[in-house]
Design a protein around this ligand. Structure first.
Ligand code: DAH
Length: 354
């Protein structure tokens, strides 16, 4: 296209107007379809597109107007290119969102971590403390027979001590199948199936036909401990329990009060010295400073015999404690029912404890 100067000047103005219109057109363009965006790209930016036509004119533009003309076509180029990029990105990201993985570039949502139940926390602590001195973990069924829950533990039929634990019977005629009233049933099962040396602790759920109150529940948890070997003495029992109470409560004074359990002889109740520093200490220890935390004793020779272990060769000790009671002491929880209500305001307080 060769034009004389005046004609070209008019032509240039027309072209600049055209470019301005194209810029407006490019700015206004929108589409959600890739092929339409591609058509737009070819129209403006393709080899035979609008921009290249204007660029071809550039050499004909007089020097003084090259700047204005050049700026206009550059602006058009940038506008068209930006529009293509923007629309392509938008269409691609919509595709990703619809895909099975969603948008992989999206930052992760912080998800709330759950909390362990305080009973589990305390149970795991007890297991760990005994694992450190060689105890393994054993478990038994919650639905038990009379032999493992009572008879083998030196509680024959009509033994008055059976009344110490109100039992839920499942089969009542004869009264033979029941919900275990303590985890001592697991020590019977363990001794029946393993020969000494035995070092085991048995955590689990137990059931008693008792009224529910702030202090007691009909379902709760216990941990049973059993140690059988040659020459196991009462001193071993006391040292083991002292180690345990130091580890769990950080208290280093205990006392063993004579007591009675059919399956141990002699038997004792274990108290820890909690102290009398605060008002709470006074309240929970009833002003004595002492707190009862478990029962224990030397395994009765009758129990060893019932489980096919020779009482002339072996001796051992056993102990049993309620997990709820210990958790209530550790966390200063005033009502046992809180453990079973599943109130998130209560449970969330144990969040930071692993
Ligand atoms: N089984 C007893 C209870 O439920 C607790 C217990 C006391 C277990 C003394 C023992 C023990 O092993 O030696 O009350």
């Amino acid at each position: 296209m060769r034009l004389n100067f005046y004609k070209f000047a008019a032509h240039l103005e027309v072209m600049i107007d055209q470019i301005k219109n194209y810029i407006k057109e490019a700015e206004a363009f929108t589409s959600e379809k890739l092929d339409e965006v591609e058509a737009f790209r070819i129209k403006f930016l393709g080899k035979k597109g609008i921009l290249n036509e204007f660029f071809a004119e550039f050499k004909n533009v007089p020097n003084e107007q090259k700047k204005e003309f050049g700026q206009s076509i550059n602006q058009l180029k940038q506008t068209a290119q930006a529009k293509v990029d923007e629309l392509k990105l938008k269409i691609e990201s919509q595709k990703d969102e619809a895909g099975i993985y969603g948008d992989l570039t999206r930052s992760a949502q912080p998800s709330e971590i759950g909390a362990r139940h305080p009973i589990s926390i305390v149970k795991n602590q007890i297991i760990e403390i005994f694992a450190n001195i060689g105890f393994n973990v054993s478990e038994g069924p919650e639905i038990e027979d009379d032999w493992h829950n009572f008879t083998a533990l030196n509680l024959p039929e009509y033994h008055p001590a059976r009344d110490m634990q109100d039992t839920f019977f499942i089969q009542t005629n004869p009264e033979d199948i029941l919900l275990r009233t303590h985890t001592s049933s697991v020590q019977v099962r363990y001794m029946e199936n393993n020969q000494p040396p035995i070092r085991t602790i048995s955590p689990g759920r137990v059931f008693r036909n008792e009224d529910i109150s702030a202090r007691s529940h009909c379902i709760f948890h216990q941990v049973e401990g059993l140690y059988i070997d040659k020459n196991v003495s009462f001193a071993d029992l006391k040292q083991t329990l002292l180690y345990f109470t130091k580890q769990l409560f950080g208290k280093s004074k205990i006392r063993l009060r004579p007591s009675y359990f059919p399956f141990t002889e002699p038997s004792a109740e274990v108290d820890i010295y909690w102290g009398l520093e605060t008002e709470t200490d006074y309240r929970i220890t009833k002003g004595t400073g002492w707190l009862e935390i478990m029962g224990c004793g030397m395994v009765d020779p009758n129990v060893l015999k019932n489980c096919n272990i020779d009482p002339n060769t072996y001796s051992g000790f056993a102990f049993g404690m309620g997990i709820e009671r210990i958790a209530m002491l550790l966390y200063q929880i005033g009502d046992i029912r809180m453990f079973y209500e599943n109130d998130l305001r209560f449970l969330k307080q144990f969040k930071s404890v692993v």
